[in-house]
Design a protein around this ligand. Structure first.
Ligand code: GLC
Length: 467
């Protein structure tokens, strides 16, 4: 490695020294709300023997397994098709079922290794509560004991019981509610399955999500939460969950119906952040971008989501460029294009190794404070990757003192070349096309124990950490 990189790593270690103080500052301060989707994630690794047994049970041959008509779950057979596609092609996908028979099939045949909180809303609520905020409101349209138990056992994380009374979420048991379970089926790179004499090797660590969730897929709201958050004067409201809607099930109408509430939140003192999330349905993607995102003060996305959203604003050329060369320079152009289209004051991209925030010059958070929040987020998410969970306060700083990654510094160099300003290599701060840009190289963990919900954690922690 070049000496300059070693020096830069030292510079960033210095920059990162503000992180513990940034965390401490949050303790007992700030309130936040996380909406909409919280669910139970049932995480499992399927062993080859089990998969083969299920194939036999469903009387499926390899050809059957590979013939995919729709990215949807209409039977147990489709579950096996999706699992096999993700496994053999290394693509992370989420397929949805609207049929309870498929849910029953999954309960009976899949099982799970562990349960954890899932959904953007649920994951954000847990992460922010562990940071020690004064209060975090979690939106739950279903909260039986099985789901409540997945929330961290902290009093600052609250939700609403069947009578609409505010209580610590982990203590609630809405007995009549159905558990909303998403199966997260994980694969490791290099896993081998042999089917009909053919060898299939998993090319990339990833997961397949099989979802039955009639409430979140219909954007069912908990009125007690909606009422409370409109009055509660929170510092920030993180909204996600629209990505799971489909046009065929009336998703556009559901979005439209939710807008008065989002507008009310946008008008309040709270900073409204919308996490775009991976949205398969094109009509829904368009509606999120045109109707919901422009109401936000801040939006968050990863590389894939950014490219997907570029496609719907007719930036096909730029989308293709970013797809072929996913560099920081190209991705900066991409988020600027998104920002320009909807005039949102702040956009944050979390890409592999680097986070980039573009914000208006008069944005309420200074570039230096934004950078502080982003470094806190990088440390917390590296701790999550390293430990598999950040359910305890003491886990949050596990990654403290680790150097930033080579990948991140390389991407930062790409930005320095684009804007012809070497000083940003050390500061991560610069101006571009009239906006403040903050770029932070992150800490990467060699063998992450988990990746689910990483983007949600990064976006919410970096926002609250910069306030
Ligand atoms: C999707 C999945 C959910 C998972 C989340 C992670 O919302 O439905 O199960 O926890 O993504 O970001």
């Amino acid at each position: 490695m070049m000496k300059t990189d070693e020096n830069l790593k030292k510079v960033w270690l210095e920059n990162y020294k503000v992180v513990p103080k940034a965390l401490k500052k949050l303790k007992g301060k700030k309130t936040a709300a996380a909406a909409f989707n919280a669910n139970i994630d049932a995480v499992l690794k399927i062993k080859p023997v089990k998969f083969l047994r299920l194939l036999k049970q469903e009387e499926m041959c390899l050809k059957d397994l590979q013939s995919i008509k729709e990215l949807k779950l209409k039977s147990g057979k489709d579950v096996l098709r999706g699992v096999f596609k993700s496994f053999s092609q290394g693509i992370a996908e989420e397929w949805i079922s609207e049929d309870i028979a498929v849910y029953d099939w999954m309960v009976e045949n899949l099982g799970y290794d562990r349960l954890q909180i899932g959904g953007q809303g649920g994951i954000v609520a847990n992460a922010l509560a562990v940071l020690g905020l004064k209060k975090v409101y979690a939106h739950c349209n279903s909260l039986p004991k099985m789901q409540a138990e997945q929330f961290v056992k902290l009093k600052n994380l609250v939700s609403f019981d069947a009578k609409g009374k505010e209580k610590p979420a982990y203590k609630i048991n809405r007995k009549a509610d159905v558990p909303l379970i998403h199966w997260i089926i994980e694969f490791n790179k290099g896993d081998v399955w042999e089917i009909e004499g053919q060898r299939f090797v998993c090319p990339k660590a990833n997961r397949f999500i099989a979802t039955y969730d009639p409430l979140n897929l219909n954007l069912v709201r908990d009125e007690a939460f909606v009422q409370k958050v409109s009055k509660a004067k929170t510092d920030c409201i993180v909204v996600s969950g629209y990505h799971a809607l489909t046009a065929s099930a009336g998703g556009e109408k559901l979005i439209k119906e939710s807008l008065p509430m989002i507008k009310e939140w946008a008008k309040s003192e709270a900073m409204l952040h919308v996490e775009l999330a991976s949205t398969q349905d094109l009509k829904i993607r368009k509606a999120i971008f045109e109707k919901v995102a422009p109401l936000a003060a801040s939006i968050g996305c990863n590389e894939r989501e950014t490219i997907d959203f570029l496609e719907i604003i007719s930036e096909k050329k730029l989308a293709k460029l970013c797809q072929d060369k996913t560099t920081a320079g190209n991705m900066l152009q991409a988020i600027l294009a998104l920002k320009e289209k909807i005039k949102v004051p702040r956009v944050q991209l979390h890409m592999f190794g680097l986070y980039i925030t573009v914000q208006d010059k008069d944005f309420t958070i200074s570039p230096k404070d934004s950078r502080k929040g982003m470094m806190l987020a990088a440390t917390v998410s590296a701790s999550k990757a390293g430990l598999g969970d950040i359910d305890k306060y003491k886990n949050l700083m596990w990654a403290k003192g680790k150097e930033v990654s080579d990948v991140g510094l390389k991407e930062l160099e790409d930005l320095a070349k684009l804007v012809k300003d070497k000083s940003l290599l050390e500061t991560g701060l610069f101006e571009y096309q009239g906006f403040d840009v903050i770029a932070v190289p992150t800490i990467l963990i060699e063998k992450p124990k988990t990746l689910v919900g990483m983007g949600d954690t990064i976006s919410s922690v970096s926002l609250i950490g910069s306030m």
